[in-house]
Write a protein that binds this ligand. Structure first.
Ligand code: GAL
Length: 338
């Protein structure tokens, strides 16, 4: 009896020591993630995928403690969040900047505190003396081996939007007057995605030798309600002259679709509608013929690339300064195959 007890006690001690040792070996990394605005549809998909993907990378010995923050489209709020991340001792930061033109301030907070930084979705660009963007890599990123940007080239998404219109039966000229008359609903104008999509969607048409007429171009700030309002106004003013509605994203395109339907117009018959992102509701609309097409803004590919590089930084590995993920054109055939 005594012997059994002794064996049991020894077993308990060994097990205890074992559990204690393994608990000791678990490394938990703290990751601060600031998103420019939680109400943004696309960034919600992106942010959820960051959380889900980090979970899949956890092992018995490596854990990730994620601290998400909503910058509420407010630069001062985001600056506070960055300073809080420093105080909280984050091991790496993933940042979706509110104002790309002020990215330096945020990059400096991370760099001066030696916290690696992964910028996502809103690409900071160099500006010339007149405030125009210079199309080249950003020094604040290039000069820092622990800072990088993960994103997609918005020129590609704009070009694909134009090509979706060129692929329609009448190549966007529904009334046959020899020109494509369109309205443009833009995202946040400070954002390069909005600037490039606006420019390159039309460039694809003119490069194909088409004559274009811009009936209206307004800022909808990526917002569905604003998209609906702007499209409704333009349809009231320009009526059946509007042949194509270009929206810089699907959120605004979903709003535009409501306006189009309320005005009694029919997509594919008397008007075309394109967006960007491939939100699930937009892909559904394309299947039903309620939208002409969209462009997949690959939030899965981008979030995984961002997390993978964050993990590299945590492991002290060397990284590139830029990581690019391709857009994909989504027409009806593609949507139906989903
Ligand atoms: C774009 C996306 C928009 C919006 C924006 C935020 O890439 O297409 O829907 O999320 O980013 O900066």
């Amino acid at each position: 009896m005594k012997k059994t007890l002794a064996i049991l006690m020894a077993l308990v001690m060994v097990l205890g020591a074992f559990t204690f040792a393994s608990a000791d070996e678990v490394k938990t990394y703290k990751v601060g993630i600031s998103i420019y605005q939680y109400t943004d549809n696309f960034m919600t998909l992106y942010r959820n995928e960051i959380a889900d993907y980090f979970k899949t990378l956890e092992t018995d010995t490596v854990k990730y403690e994620l601290v998400f923050a909503d910058a509420k489209n407010d630069m001062a709020e985001q600056t506070n969040q960055m300073n809080n991340f420093v105080t909280q001792g984050m091991d790496v930061i993933i940042l979706n900047p509110v104002q790309t033109s002020s990215a330096d301030v945020l990059i400096d907070i991370a760099v001066s505190n030696e916290i690696p930084l992964v910028l996502i979705n809103r690409e900071p660009l160099a500006y010339d003396a007149d405030g125009n963007t210079i199309d080249e890599a950003y020094e604040g990123i290039l000069n820092n081996p622990q800072v990088c940007y993960v994103g997609a080239d918005a020129r590609q998404s704009g070009t694909y939007q134009g090509e979706l219109i060129l692929a329609t039966g009448n190549q966007g000229d529904i009334n046959g007057d020899g020109k494509i008359s369109y309205i443009m609903i833009q995202g946040d104008p400070e954002n390069i995605d909005a600037q490039y999509r606006t420019e390159f969607s039309i460039k694809a048409l003119t490069d194909a030798g088409k004559t274009v007429e811009c009936l209206d171009s307004q800022v909808g700030n990526w917002d569905q309600t604003k998209g609906q309002e702007l499209c409704a106004n333009a349809l009231t003013v320009h009526g059946y002259n509007v042949e194509v509605v270009f929206c810089n994203n699907d959120g605004m395109a979903m709003g535009a679709l409501t306006a189009i339907q309320t005005a009694g117009r029919i997509v594919g018959e008397d008007i075309y509608l394109v967006g960007v992102d491939a939100l699930p509701e937009a892909v559904e609309a394309i299947k039903l013929g309620d939208m002409t097409g969209t462009v997949l803004n690959d939030h899965i590919g981008q979030s995984h690339a961002a997390v993978d590089v964050a993990v590299k930084l945590l492991n002290g590995e060397a990284i590139d300064n830029y990581y690019w993920v391709n857009y994909v054109k989504v027409d009806k055939a593609y949507a139906e195959a989903q």
